[in-house]
Design a protein around this ligand. Structure first.
Ligand SMILES: CC(C)(COP(=O)(O)OP(=O)(O)OC[C@H]1O[C@@H](n2cnc3c(N)ncnc32)[C@H](O)[C@@H]1OP(=O)(O)O)[C@@H](O)C(=O)NCCC(=O)NCCS
Length: 163
């Protein structure tokens, strides 16, 4: 594995503004390519509204982006996290972790039942995300990759839909 980048540690996380949107889109497209639009997660995003979004910047350059969407899981208010992307040359410097942390802070502040995502368990389990085998999405998804981070004790079960 290549060495972790040397960051000046001067990156800052802030709420995404309308002026950030184009740059954030470009960052996400560079990370995932156009194939992202075929994902089941996108079926939720295309009908959900953004609850919150955060960007990371270092010396003015956008180096990270994450979005949270308002959803319900069989009536439980929740947030759907994604896409999350960090610029390739600044990965492994904790920016992804800080972006996830901003999302979890937002979820706690809103008092939702939890945060749902479709992602790689080896990455997201470190934050407390667990497989959510009883949650269904509006399309095919590997059940191992459907993950939930509980904020309240309510157990998620049923169909995840735009709120
Ligand atoms: C996933 C992503 C956002 C992480 O951002 P980051 O700033 O590098 O994250 P952090 O610095 O907090 O964590 C880096 C650690 O996570 C690991 N990691 C990164 N992506 C991983 C993955 N998909 N699966 C397992 N581990 C992963 C790195 O190897 C690194 O491990 P180390 O600390 O032992 O070196 C970034 O790699 C990215 O943009 N990837 C492409 C887009 C993507 O796949 N997003 C969603 C993932 S499902």
């Amino acid at each position: 594995m290549s060495a972790a980048p040397v960051l000046s540690n001067s990156f800052r996380i802030a709420s995404e503004t309308p002026a950030d949107r184009e740059e954030a889109e470009a960052l996400v497209m560079a990370a995932f390519g156009p194939g992202r639009f075929a994902k089941t997660a996108e079926r939720i995003r295309e009908s959900a509204r953004i609850a919150a979004a955060f960007v990371a910047r270092e010396n003015g350059r956008m180096i990270g982006s994450v979005r949270l969407w308002s959803i319900t899981v069989d009536g439980l208010d929740a947030l759907f996290l994604g896409p999350i992307a960090v610029a390739q040359d600044t990965r492994r410097g904790g920016i992804g972790a800080d972006l996830v942390g901003a999302c979890l802070g937002e979820a706690q502040a809103r008092g939702v039942a939890g945060v749902l995502l479709v992602g790689d368990p080896p990455y997201f389990s470190r934050f407390g995300f667990q497989p959510a085998p009883d949650v269904r999405l509006p399309g095919p998804a590997d059940p191992q990759r459907v993950m939930w981070l509980p904020i309240t004790s309510a157990a998620p079960s049923g169909l995840a839909l735009a709120a």
